[in-house]
Design a protein around this ligand. Structure first.
Ligand SMILES: Cc1cc2nc3c(=O)[nH]c(=O)nc-3n(C[C@H](O)[C@H](O)[C@H](O)COP(=O)(O)O)c2cc1C
Length: 230
């Protein structure tokens, strides 16, 4: 039987947001199973279903955190190359302002000053602690596929993020992990052509954490929609 996600779709969409501090409260296996079972219904061109998901907890999750932090400490991380560009090399409007607004709000909530690079760095490294979540996911695809496949994998990831809400869970997509793809490939025994697309932290929101008060500004649909009839 396929898992049933118990939430109105609109409610799930509207309550999904990136949570950056989780409780250590364990995530029940059946909730993860339901989310992944429902995510199987994500569309993909020619139904190629190009995704693979690794669910990590406990010692495996810790080993990934430790290997990443070690590479930052010993300086080897400086040599790591991204396998694909997620962000442009040069930012421009209107995107640069939207990007800055998120960083500005997040650091303001955390009381981290503009010039406090050490505190900013520490907060960035929280990514690799899965923001305290007891469970992480890594989503991969075969790198021999085409650029369009990122659409398929993106829709699959959104299904996980929205599906998590249906199970009373929160999440955060984390492209930050992709810089460390060689370390993660080793830890998870990737196949030869497997490419890390994104990490996702999943768990229960720590509602007392200041960073979780972040509410990013969303455009009104009329800002990005053009209705035409003649
Ligand atoms: C593919 C993807 C990768 C992301 N990577 C990170 C990340 O590495 N670290 C992080 O803190 N947030 C990450 N985010 C979260 C975005 O910053 C967030 O989605 C955006 O600011 C909008 O906020 P919202 O998710 O609360 O609507 C990522 C989001 C997506 C969709």
């Amino acid at each position: 039987m396929h898992g049933v996600i118990n939430m109105n779709v609109k409610e799930a969409f509207l309550s999904r947001r990136s949570v950056r501090r989780f409780l250590s409260k364990p995530v029940p296996k059946d909730k993860i199973k339901n989310i992944l079972e429902c995510s199987a219904f994500a569309p993909s061109g020619h139904n190629i279903q190009p995704w693979h998901v690794y669910v990590v907890e406990g010692k495996k999750k810790e080993a990934i955190t430790n290997s990443i932090l070690e590479s930052i400490r010993d300086g080897s991380a400086k040599e790591f190359k991204q396998e694909f560009d997620y962000y442009p090399t040069e930012w421009f409007e209107p995107f640069i302002s939207r990007r800055r607004a998120v960083g500005f709000e997040l650091y303001k909530l955390l009381n981290i000053g503009r010039e406090d690079f050490e505190a900013r760095d520490k907060q960035m490294q929280e990514n690799f602690h899965f923001f305290g979540a007891p469970l992480g996911m890594f989503i991969t695809m075969d790198r021999r596929l085409a650029t369009g496949t990122f659409m398929d994998v993106g829709m699959f990831i959104q299904s996980i993020l929205v599906g998590a809400r249906g199970e009373g869970l929160h999440s955060c997509g984390q492209v930050a992990f992709t810089k460390f793809h060689t370390l993660i490939a080793d830890q998870l025994n990737f196949k030869e052509n497997e490419m890390l697309v994104c990490g996702v932290s999943v768990g229960y929101e720590d509602t007392s954490a200041p960073e979780n008060a972040l509410r990013v500004e969303k455009l009104d649909y009329t800002d990005y929609t053009t209705f035409l009839s003649e």
